[in-house]
Design a protein around this ligand. Structure first.
Ligand SMILES: Nc1nc2c(c(=O)[nH]1)N[C@H]1C(S)=C(S)[C@@H](COP(=O)(O)O)O[C@H]1N2
Ligand SMILES: [Mo]
Length: 176
């Protein structure tokens, strides 16, 4: 909470949040005038070299579902997040469990973060489709949102990880 207060007092943080609010608002209007689900299709693309796996909501919902209760830097109240584990998605690409490779996550608003697959093996990182039992809409920064178990692990309460909480997740690309 203290961290959050300090970060939010910085003017740059305020500007960044304003820009994000405008982007989110634009997407909400777009989602309202078009068919929201169709706008985010394929919902998630996994890529490794030539291998491409596209997952629509049906296939994501058919996977093993996990649940995680945590606050976020945007929402101080604890939410009940549900979705699929990042490591289960890596398994879809045939990556042997625990193998660390460079990885990039991208969003529908063209945000990108370069990281490695390690986080998904070290922690139960969730690709959330639901919050408190409701599907994530674009107003919740969905339909897919990356949620780290930040309340469970102090190590994750760090700005290094904040950047990896991709909202409006579109794709995960792993370097072969
Ligand atoms: N789609 C998308 N996801 C994003 C961003 C963004 O601009 N677009 N910003 C990132 C950054 S820089 C941070 S710090 C985290 C958390 O932002 P918050 O601290 O405002 O919650 O969201 C990340 N996820
Ligand atoms: Mo950030």
């Amino acid at each position: 909470m203290l961290l959050k207060t300090v970060r939010c007092n910085a003017p740059a943080q305020g500007r960044k949040q304003a820009v994000r609010a405008v982007v989110a608002l634009g997407l909400m209007v777009l989602a309202a005038v078009t068919h929201a689900e169709g706008l985010f299709s394929p919902m998630l693309t996994l890529r490794m070299g030539d291998q491409v796996v596209t997952l629509e909501r049906e296939r994501l919902d058919a996977m093993v579902q996990s649940e995680l209760q945590t606050s976020t830097t945007l929402q101080p109240q604890i939410g009940r997040w549900q979705g699929v584990l990042g490591r289960d998605l890596l398994a879809h690409l045939g990556i042997p469990e625990g193998v660390v490779r460079p990885m990039t996550m991208r969003s529908w608003d063209d945000y990108r973060i370069d990281m490695t697959t390690e986080d998904f093996y070290l922690w139960d990182v969730l690709i959330a489709t639901r919050l408190n039992g409701e599907l994530l809409g674009v107003e919740d920064l969905g339909p897919l949102r990356v949620i780290y178990p930040r309340d469970q692990h102090k190590a994750l309460q760090d700005s290094r990880f904040d950047h990896r909480w991709v909202w409006l997740l579109r794709s995960i690309e792993v370097t072969p």
